[in-house]
Design a protein around this ligand. Structure first.
Ligand SMILES: Nc1ncnc2c1ncn2[C@@H]1O[C@H](COP(=O)(O)OP(=O)(O)OP(=O)(O)O)[C@@H](O)[C@H]1O
Length: 594
């Protein structure tokens, strides 16, 4: 398997606190513990079997040389025993890998589902602070990393530790003098290599950093290529890039000097140590203190030991990275979900709305007081419009009503009861929102309409589509309601998307309606159909229109003009217009000019 290169910033220290994080994720394995334990037993037995291989291989040579002191005295028997060991270890490895895969796949699917469920229950304010790409990588890359850790890395660590412990024990039992000699030579070299390695890593990180700087320069210029060209700054940019490249080369060559030293040192020292050890083995052999078979066992065991020391270094790197990944997963699990009142109401929400002295600032932008002691009342069934300059806080009012954000001061009541006392489901079920920008899910038109009420029957879906004046265009597609929309489906026009969103909301049948009007206007025919669909939708529902185009709101019962976080004026279109100094009048004039 190709391993991704370890990024230094992704690594964490191997200390108790960090292991606890990994352990928290490891808890997901508990439901599959019996399979995990069997896999673990297979792993240890398999490792022991493999470690018997050098011993028996050594015996093969000794038996060939006439040694009769072992249980098996015939080379054919010994060779068969060797094959038997390999065969058995093959079967055990198969089941070990298979079991660990089952455990880790299931456990990590649980982590993923848990994380996904947690994420969709987090408040919108969380999404304001985190980028989608980052959340995606937690659910995909980070958990894949953890999966590798629990399926392969953990098994490898155990296998290598067993190999190291058993390998060392075996060589000390069979060839103590030679092992002791090796132990005096090798650690010195390993220590020197580690020091060297650390220095080289620091230096190559520096050259990578320099490379990153040069990439940023390139990226910036490509993105602003228009500016570069219109200012004829090509040569300026080239010089900037040249300068950055110069730094890359200096840093890379500096690192290369150390790497060259390291390589020649390793070749000399490692092979030198090998010569020394083999020389000492030859001396022991000559003096009759050791058999050829023992020497072969020793060489095989030391190659096993060497392999596991090298392997462990890499594995610890992986674990350090896995800790980073578990940290990012746990971070989300520690986030606070939307707070909810557990009491559900028995009487349906009718739709009278009252904001009383409501003040609010977004958590991520505390310095801007979006609403400032705002009060407004909307009677049940009334149609009202909110107008105001862009950024005045119209959408914010709607979002607060749906409790998409908490942390406001004052009270917001529906049917005379503070919204925090409703369960989120009751409250949001009773509010239908048709947003400005309608994004349909990938799937059929039917599924997109039924999103408003997944339990709706075919007839109800069709009736809703009719009321939303969407059926005509739906029927014009060969596949009708089964037509696929979204990224891989047909592209619908803005007006068509709006009518689907309206049909969806008709199916939801809320008592309160929020229409966030699209800023861009549709062509006259489409506009007319959408308006008719809206009229159908608004029937007998309390309706709050977030109006951008004032022409569409002449008929509402009341208009609230929002300014400086407060309701500056309210009244009907005609009454507001009759006052020449009103902000409303000013807004209308502005739009007329546009
Ligand atoms: N999620 C958010 N985080 C931080 N600030 C926000 C957020 N959403 C809106 N704001 C800020 O709050 C203010 C009010 O925004 P809001 O979207 O309610 O205005 P609006 O009246 O609906 O504007 P528009 O007519 O352009 O849609 C703006 O200054 C905006 O920048």
């Amino acid at each position: 398997m190709a391993r991704e290169k370890l990024k230094e910033e992704d690594k964490r220290k191997l200390n108790g606190e960090n292991f606890k994080k990994l352990y928290s994720i490891f808890q997901y394995i508990v439901p599959y513990k019996s399979k995990f334990l069997v896999g673990l037993v297979f792993l240890v037995v398999g490792s022991f079997l493999l470690l018997a291989f050098p011993l028996v291989a050594g015996k093969l040579i000794d038996v060939a040389g006439g040694d009769q002191s072992w249980y098996l005295t015939d080379i054919n028997q010994v060779a068969l025993a060797l094959m038997g060991i390999l065969f058995l270890q093959g079967i055990i490895s198969y089941f070990r890998v298979y079991l660990f895969a089952q455990v880790s796949e299931n456990a990590m699917a649980d982590v993923r589902t848990g994380l996904y469920q947690k994420l969709i229950h987090l408040p919108i304010s969380f999404y304001d602070k985190n980028r989608t790409g980052d959340l995606m990588s937690r659910i995909t890359a980070d958990i894949s990393m953890l999966q590798t850790t629990f399926s392969t890395t953990l098994a490898e660590v155990i296998r290598q530790i067993v190999t190291l412990a058993v390998g060392l024990t075996m060589i000390f039992i069979t060839t103590p003098a030679l092992s002791l000699f090796m132990l005096c030579v090798l650690p010195v070299i390993i220590f020197a290599a580690m020091l060297f390695g650390k220095k080289i890593r620091t230096l190559s990180r520096k050259s990578q950093d320099e490379l990153a700087v040069s990439s940023t320069i390139a990226e910036e210029t490509f993105q602003s290529i228009l500016a570069v060209k219109s200012f004829t700054n090509e040569s300026f940019e080239k010089n900037r890039f040249d300068g950055a490249m110069g730094k890359v080369i200096t840093a890379a060559i500096h690192a290369a000097k150390y790497r060259a030293g390291f390589i020649s040192f390793i070749i000399f020292a490692l092979f030198g140590a090998m010569v020394a050890i083999i020389w000492y083995g030859a001396v022991l052999l000559q003096n009759g203190e050791m058999s050829i078979g023992d020497l072969i066992s020793f060489v095989l065991y030391t190659s096993f030991i060497g392999g596991s020391i090298a392997g462990l270094g890499d594995l610890f790197g992986q674990i350090q990275r896995a800790i980073g990944a578990s940290e990012r997963v746990l971070e989300i699990q520690d986030e606070e979900s939307e707070t909810d009142s557990t009491t559900t109401v028995s009487t349906p929400i009718k739709g009278a709305i009252a904001f009383d002295q409501v003040s609010f600032a977004y958590e991520s932008r505390q310095d801007i007081q979006v609403l400032n002691r705002l009060s407004l009342q909307i009677k049940q069934g009334q149609k009202v419009a909110l107008v105001g300059k862009s950024g005045a806080g119209k959408t914010t009012i709607a979002q607060l009503l749906m409790r998409l954000y908490n942390g406001y001061e004052g009270t917001i009541a529906v049917d005379g009861k503070e919204i925090k006392e409703y369960s989120l489901k009751d409250l949001r079920d009773s509010i239908g929102m048709v947003p400005q920008e309608i994004i349909l899910f990938g799937g059929s038109i039917r599924e997109n309409i039924a999103y408003g009420n997944p339990a709706a029957s075919e007839e109800e879906v069709i009736a809703a589509a009719r009321k939303a004046h969407a059926m005509d265009f739906i029927q014009s597609f060969p596949e009708g309601l089964d037509t696929l929309v979204g990224e891989r489906g047909v592209k619908l026009s803005g007006g068509q998307r709006q009518r689907i969103a309206i049909a969806r909301t008709i199916l939801k049948n809320p008592s309160i309606l929020i229409l966030d009007e699209a800023t861009s206007s549709l062509d006259a025919e489409s506009e007319n159909l959408v308006q008719q669909a809206f009229n159908e939708l608004m029937k007998e529902r309390t309706t709050l229109i977030i109006a951008h185009r004032l022409a569409t709101i002449k008929a509402v019962d009341q208009i609230f003009v929002l300014e400086h976080g407060q309701i500056a004026e309210s009244g009907t279109h005609d009454s507001l217009l009759s006052n020449p100094n009103s902000t409303y009048n000013h807004l209308v004039n502005l739009q007329l000019v546009e």
